[in-house]
Each structure stands twice: as C-alpha cells, then as structure tokens.
Design a protein around this ligand. Structure first.
Ligand code: PRP
Length: 211
C-alpha cells in the first residue's frame, strides 16, 4: 500500500486508552485509534499519519522491518527480545512492573519451575541470582500456574495487583519497571528525519507537560 503518511504502530488493548490524552497533548488526534471497529489500518483526517493496530508483542517487529517509522511498545517486549530500534522517548504510560510472584508462605524448591510469558527475562533474572530455574512458557492467565501446580513461581506483569490478590498470590521480587516507549526504525529515522524528528519532539513535549 504506497503512501507518504508517516506510520505509527500502536498496541491494541489496555494501553490504547492511556495513550489518547498523551497523543492529544502532542497535537495528534487519537480518534482514529479509538474508533470501535475492526480496521487494522487507520488514518488521520488529513492523511499525514497512518496507524497500524497490532498485538503489543508485534509492534517492534513492524518497526524493525521498516513497515512503520515509529511504534509504541512496552519495555517488557523490548527487554525480552532485543530489537534494533531507537528508543527516543519513554512515554510514561502503561506503567507496571515485571515481578516474581508465588503462593504466600510456600517453600521454593532448589530448582523452581517458573511459568511466564517472558522466558528470557525470567531466565536472566534467576541466572543472575545463581538459581537454576526451569522456565515454562505460557501465553496468558499466568497466575493459574502456581495455583494448580504447573509451576512454583511466575514471572509476570503487575499493574494494580488485583490479579495476584484475587488468585491468592504475592509479589516476591521486582525484576523491572515497565512503561510504554516510543520506538523508531533507525534507517527511516534518518531517511525521513524532517518529518519524524518534529513528531518525536511533540511527543517528548507532551510527556513533559503531563508530568
Ligand atoms: C496482565 C498481566 C497480569 C495482569 C496484571 O494480564 O499478565 O495477569 O494483567 O494486572 P493487575 O495487576 O492490574 O491485575 P492481561 O490482563 O493482559 O491478560 P493475560 O493474563 O491473558 O495476559
């Protein structure tokens, strides 16, 4: 689909609504990404911007391959995979943390089984502590794993803490603070600098003015 519009890959889901006020402060109308329909490509009214609506995990991929100049990605995804991307602005939304959690008072075996959507981050965390963990990959509802005996521990995101609490789990250790980050394709950043740089500056100002 040939276009001159700058493309921003945005995550569908929780973060979308949190992004809206930030985009507005940056002078970007958020209504195309908030529209409640199934279109995966949305355009700004003046056609200068295009948005791809993606699963959060896929945002960096579209930017890394240059199908989008910019993207909005969680630090959890960036830390887990390691992409060749610029990260010019921490957007300060979608704030949560990656933690180790388990059942309250439960003894942890010497080689714990750890269920997670973040195998690399989990492996690195335990290896840095000299603990040999058996990491079990699951895609979601991670909190179920220690309750039913699939795992001793989980490594997962915590925002309000409600999911841990409602499932009788407690946070044991924080691995990383997470938020949404603006990412840019390095080559396109240079190639379209005159268009991309002002947009990044507007988003940086919008973050600062929201603090
Ligand atoms: C995320 C995360 C936790 C939950 C944390 O899951 O994996 O389960 O949110 O949020 P809380 O601390 O505010 O309760 P999500 O809702 O995205 O669904 P998933 O379990 O299918 O990954």
């Amino acid at each position: 689909m040939p276009t001159n519009a700058l493309t921003i890959a945005v995550p569908k889901g929780r973060v979308t609504k949190a992004l809206a006020p930030l985009l507005e402060r940056a002078g970007i109308d958020p209504s195309p990404i908030l529209a409640d329909d199934r279109r995966l490509i949305r355009e700004s009214a003046d056609g200068s911007l295009r948005f791809f609506l993606l699963k959060p995990d896929d945002v960096p991929t579209y930017v890394e391959y240059g199908t989008a100049e910019l993207g909005i990605s969680g630090r959890d995804v960036l830390n887990e995979r390691g992409y060749d991307l610029y990260q010019p602005v921490d957007l300060g939304v979608g704030k949560c943390r990656l933690v180790v959690a388990g059942r309250a008072g439960q003894a942890i075996p010497p080689v714990p089984r750890v269920a997670t959507k973040y195998p690399k981050s989990a492996m690195q965390h335990f290896a840095a502590r000299g603990i040999q963990a058996e990491v079990i990959y699951v895609q979601g509802s991670v909190e179920l794993a220690p309750i039913v005996g699939l795992a001793d521990l989980i490594v997962d995101l915590v925002e309000s803490g409600a999911t841990l609490r409602d499932n009788g789990l407690v946070e044991l250790e924080t691995i990383a603070q997470i938020s949404s980050v603006l990412v840019a394709n390095p080559s396109l950043y240079k190639l379209r600098h005159d268009e991309v740089a002002p947009l990044i500056a507007k988003l940086r100002d919008a973050v600062a003015s929201g603090k």
